[in-house]
Ligand binder design. Sequence first.
Ligand code: C2E
Ligand code: CA
Ligand code: CA
Ligand code: CA
Length: 281
Amino acid sequence: KQAKASGKPEVYAPSEAREARRRFSIETELRRAIDNEELELAYQPLVDLRSGAVTGFEALARWTHEDRGRIGPTEFIPVAEESGLILDLGRWALDRAIATIAAWDRQNEGGLPFYVAVNLSAIQIARDDVVTCVGETLRHHGVSGDRLTLELTESAIVQDPGRAMRVFEGLKGLGASLSMDDFGTGYSSLAYLQKLPIDVLKIDKSFVRQMLDDSDSVSIVRAILSLAEALGMATTAEGIEGAPLATTLAALGCRTGQGYHFARPLAPDDALQFFREANPT
Ligand code: C2E
Ligand code: CA
Ligand code: CA
Ligand code: CA
């Protein structure tokens, strides 16, 4: 897929050349987008499947390009990871999410009882000092660490488990929770899962989506739920698109759900409004 850095000229099919150009300009323009605050975070509710209360939000990066329109994170996050821009983007996302918690709390005396989950790339774990960064950002905005969850993928562990352990413990030391994202799609061994201080297993939407018409997927989800229970971890299922899935997952004992059935990722004001409607005092 990528051009090799050898002396030989690379021959592309026209579509590959176009793809390569698009990647290159996305990289250049993403750099500018981070500096110019062209990015935003959208907040998708995380819902208690039994009570329907909103217990948290996942912060998801959004980029509206002035000419190209919306570019989705499945396109620009991989480019950011390959170019190293993910370090700046990751710091920006942490700052934005924590600043938003502080802003929401200012509108509500005594603060609000929900957490915000921020995605951390494996590259940030490997190459940045995320513990110091998270600690300083929390302090800067006057937000307590227990309002923050960090979503990590199995790829953050496999490369350097020792480092991952130190980082995870450091983040726990700040009061944050840790959630293992896309669980079931990676390569982490159960031994790491048991040793690392992980609070939540987040069941990947590929399993959730297939549950309605594929009994193997139901078995996988059931197995993940009982594994989580055995390890004392909570569970969140993502990609819940309809009421039947929400009901089935609740019946299987999954605590938290996320998906279009409840809400799409929302702008900060809409997210706060959604929280108030779902959690009447
Ligand atoms: P993810 O962390 O697995 O996030 C969940 C994705 O599922 C989001 O896609 C969300 O919009 C989508 N989703 C939520 N509910 C449903 C549903 O009911 N059905 C379906 N089909 N999809 C649903 P999104 O926002 O496009 O983000 C894609 C990925 O980009 C994320 O996957 C995450 O890996 C990455 N990403 C997004 N923001 C950030 C960020 O700030 N930092 C890092 N490192 N990665 C990010
Ligand atoms: Ca996530
Ligand atoms: Ca996920
Ligand atoms: Ca994913």
